[in-house]
Design a protein around this ligand. Structure first.
Ligand code: ATP
Length: 371
């Protein structure tokens, strides 16, 4: 069989596959008062994609449209060989007839049913006999290591266990598309870490495509092969974690990956930012460009540092916040920037809101790239 990844084609690709060969191919257009979702999404079989974005970006709307809980106003949704939604052609397949499994944020387990019957619900709703559905459910519970809890009701389960029952329930219908809406958000930090590792393992064995909606960059980085970032109903950036974190293209993405990011005009190694402040970067770019550097690259001094080929500027401290075992210092000046320094350095500088300092960043720690 020809590997579609090596097939010749000039069209758009998804995870290295031509988009027309993707398992899921969707153009989702949903209109709401004051909001329009307009996203093109393609997912390959076995691929895990994280949909990330700020509040109100349209992530849940996209997930609901894929599940069939919201009809498209325009566009088209194909999963495998089947068109699930195509308003222009008058096609709309209801949720229960889609090969789609959903894990909702609060899991939505039936409180009066045992874990086993919760998982058996899907296969039974799709026509399996009670006996077959329960056998199938037992197999799925074993797969997520919950056989011992099969008879428990949801209120007798911990958050992590309930999450895994919800996952088993979604997977028990052998979905071509698995949708996870903030699957770890309801868990405390410790359970979250363990459950994330479990989920990573379980998703690797899922043969269909998986779309994960999350706010948490760590979930996205650990669980997903590819990130799709949505702002105001549109995709603003997509790619694997390494390329997105190396070259953020919006302020939201820069904050997500913890970088200072600016837009300017580049002329070789110099990037001039709005307001006229110019910075020197290692990269050579011409024309419209992004300039990015991590807060950890910003050194703070009481006086202007002399004699080094650095980017330096006078700044005013506007805030100091703990950040892990460091402090994050918000600076105002010719540019707004965040610096990350040790508590010892902060004490030496006597940093308080209003303190005047000099900031310095080496050109070698500053990246410039076109947009
Ligand atoms: N039931 C609804 N009726 C009308 N508008 C809605 C409804 N639900 C959401 N919206 C609007 O649609 C837009 C997208 O919301 P959505 O919930 O999809 O964003 P989100 O990215 O999932 O946000 P969050 O991260 O806060 O869950 C927002 O402007 C929201 O106000």
């Amino acid at each position: 069989m020809t590997d579609p990844r090596t097939a010749v084609g000039t069209g758009p690709t998804v995870g290295g596959w031509p988009a027309e060969r993707a398992l899921l191919s969707a153009h989702l257009v949903v209109e709401r008062p004051g909001f329009r979702l307009d996203l093109a999404l393609s997912l390959a079989a076995g691929e895990v994609v994280a949909l990330l974005g700020p509040n109100g970006a349209g992530k849940t709307t996209a997930l609901r449209a894929l599940a069939g809980l919201l009809p498209l106003h325009a566009g088209r949704l194909r999963l495998g060989e089947e068109v699930l939604d195509d308003p222009a052609a008058g096609i709309f397949i209801p949720p229960e007839r889609r090969r789609v499994g959903v894990v909702f944020q609060d899991y939505l387990l039936f409180p009066h049913l045992s874990a086993l019957d919760n998982v058996a619900f899907g296969p039974q709703a799709r026509g399996a006999s009670r006996r077959v559905a329960r056998a199938e459910a037992a197999r799925w519970l074993a797969r997520v290591d919950l056989t011992a809890l099969a008879r428990q009701r949801p209120r007798q389960l911990s958050g992590g266990q309930a999450q895994r029952v919800a996952l088993a329930r979604a997977m028990a219908v052998s979905p071509d598309l698995l949708l996870l809406d903030e699957p770890l958000a309801a868990l405390d930090a410790r359970t979250r870490m363990e459950t994330r590792a479990r989920l990573h393992h379980d998703l690797r064995t899922h043969e269909g495509a998986t779309l994960l909606v999350t706010h948490d960059p760590l979930d996205a980085l650990v669980l997903a092969d590819r990130l799709v970032i949505v702002e105001d109903g549109r995709i603003v950036q997509e790619g694997d974690a390494a390329s997105v974190t190396a070259r953020p293209r919006t302020e939201y993405v820069a904050r997500l990956v913890g970088l200072n990011l600016y837009r300017g005009r580049a002329d070789g190694h110099t990037v001039t930012l709005p307001g006229g402040f110019a910075m020197v970067a290692d990269d050579e770019v011409r024309g419209d460009a992004f300039l990015a550097f991590p807060p950890s690259a910003v050194a703070l001094h009481p006086q202007q540092p002399a004699g080094s080929p650095r980017n330096t500027w006078a700044a005013t401290v506007v805030g100091v916040l703990p950040h892990g075992d460091h402090l994050r210092v918000e600076l105002d000046g010719p540019i707004r920037a965040a610096a990350e320094i040790t508590p010892a350095a902060a004490a030496q500088l006597g940093l308080l809101p209003g303190t005047e300092v000099w900031a310095a960043v080496k050109a070698t720690e500053t990246r410039a790239y076109p947009y």
